[in-house]
Ligand binder design. Structure first.
Ligand code: GDP
Ligand code: IMO
Ligand code: MG
Length: 428
């Protein structure tokens, strides 16, 4: 019996898709437990074929794995169908995909409200992906959401949508000066879409617990990252769910005592998309170097990712908040050809050195990085297979990150491909 949680340890895009794919063959189940199609997870198969997953777990690309969209996910029906048909067009077997009956459906009005709210906020905007994620979770918490199981009873579904739209239309028309959405049209559209996924709706909480009882291995694939968590992230510049380890139990319906491993995914430097504080952000040629060498463009929105050096304060925080037992360090190859590699080991806040995340967001806004420098390496490391294959200075960089982060770095990515991974300690 083993449930493994896989979590982004920074601001997302750490390489969760690649890590899920690497573990794929040893898994029976992969579960998304929060977020929605704000995520963009890249998997590069051994034959070089590249896939970008948004709503569907990355385990879909490993034959024989059961994939679950858990109760904690918000599901845009149109996106789900498009993603499914995109995979099927490329001969991916999607029959094993299930959707929790309790997952909330992301409706057209959520997308509309996300977009107008961001426009309204102007330069104070969150920089969301515009996919309706925040408004859908708002409805869930306000107890006016629509869940996957609701499409199984058309009358109940129509009642819920009509009730929700009464208020949404007031907001759209009276506050934002937009056009009202026609309830009958929304009901019709989503019920038509539901014909394409109704058969996948299941009691996934029960199925997962039964699988764990049978001794099967379940990977809980987080989206976004620790610093985007609505409780533990850089609030309000966060997403509206809990990517952190605690969210995995809630969003999948398994007990926390079933989780045996918490795998943090950590980029060898830092990136962020959207607004919000980012102490090690670079605005010089090094920022451009990381963006270009690392190909740092958003998988979902195509936005340029902000880039900066590795931040050990954040990593330490992620280790603690999630109870991380192992790290998968990705993109070490991107740092080849630097004379020296800076690591942010602490912050200076209002003239004082601070070794841990400041208690307040104001403190974090004012945090200036305190750097230490490690000697760099110039060799191409993309074909290295073992830790000993790495240049000594690259090994030292990894060991220093491990020491500062407070958890064992068990896997190291040296390229986007599945094989471009050094395994120091097997996760499963
Ligand atoms: P996710 O959202 O955490 O799954 O990450 P994304 O897919 O948004 O972004 C990670 C990017 O880095 C993708 O383009 C991956 O193919 C790529 N990637 C992952 N691991 C490595 C690595 O070790 N080296 C390099 N060069 N690229 C990697
Ligand atoms: P993966 O799973 C990086 C960011 C957005 C924005 C904030 C809120 O690929 O790592 P939202 O649309 O969720 O309300 O936007 O969160 N964001 C991500 N950044 N990777 C992601 O997903 C993200 N999902 C959301 O850019 O700053
Ligand atoms: Mg991503």
């Amino acid at each position: 019996m083993a449930a493994i949680v896989l979590i982004g340890a920074q601001w997302g895009d750490e390489g969760k898709g690649k890590a899920t794919d690497l573990l794929g063959e040893k898994l029976q189940w992969v579960v998304r437990y929060q977020g929605g199609n704000n995520a963009g997870h890249t998997v590069v198969l051994p034959n070089g074929e590249t896939f970008a997953l948004h709503l569907i777990p990355s385990g879909i690309l490993t034959p024989g794995v059961n994939n679950v969209i858990g109760n904690g996910v918000v599901v845009d029906p149109g996106v789900l169908l498009t993603e499914l048909s995109g995979l099927e067009d490329r001969d991916v077997d999607t029959t094993g995909l299930m959707i929790s009956a309790d997952a909330h459906l992301l409706m057209p009005y959520h997308v509309a409200i996300d977009k107008v709210t961001e426009r309204f906020l102007g330069n104070k905007k969150i920089g969301t992906t515009g996919r309706g994620i925040g408004p859908c979770y708002q409805d869930k918490i306000a107890r006016v959401g629509v869940r996957a199981a609701d499409v199984l009873d058309e009358k109940i579904f129509a009642q819920k949508v009509e009730a929700a739209l009464e208020l949404k239309n007031q907001i759209l028309v009276k506050i934002y000066n937009r056009r009202a959405l026609e309830p009958a049209q929304v009901v019709d559209e989503v019920l038509t879409q539901a014909e394409g996924f109704k058969h996948r709706i299941a009691n996934t909480q029960l199925l997962l617990n039964e699988a764990l009882e049978r001794g099967e291995t379940v990977l809980l694939e987080g989206s976004q990252g620790t610093l985007l968590d609505v409780d533990h992230g850089t609030y309000p510049y966060v997403t509206s769910s809990n990517p952190t380890a605690g969210g995995a139990a809630v969003g999948s319906g398994i007990g926390p005592n079933k989780i045996t491993t918490v795998l943090g995914i950590l980029k060898a430097y830092t990136t962020r998309v959207g607004s919000g504080p980012f102490p090690t952000e670079l605005f010089d040629e090094w920022g451009e170097y990381l963006a270009k060498t690392g190909g740092e463009v958003g998988v979902t929105t195509g936005r340029a990712r902000r880039c900066g050096w590795f931040d050990a304060v954040i990593a330490r925080y992620a280790t603690r908040i999630n109870g991380i037992t192992d790290y998968f360090l990705t993109k070490l190859d991107v740092l080849s050809s630097l004379d020296r590699v800076p690591i942010c080991v602490a912050y200076e806040v209002d003239g004082e050195r601070v070794d841990e995340m400041p208690m307040t967001q104001t403190g974090f806004h004012h945090a200036k990085p305190v750097y230490e420098y490690m000697p760099g390496w110039w060799e191409d490391i993309s074909q290295c297979k073992t830790f000993d294959d790495l240049p000594k200075t690259a090994q030292d960089y990894v060991l220093r990150l491990e020491e500062l982060s407070g958890a064992h770095i068990s896997c190291i990515g040296v390229g986007p491909g599945r094989d471009q991974t050094i395994v120091r300690r097997a996760i499963i």
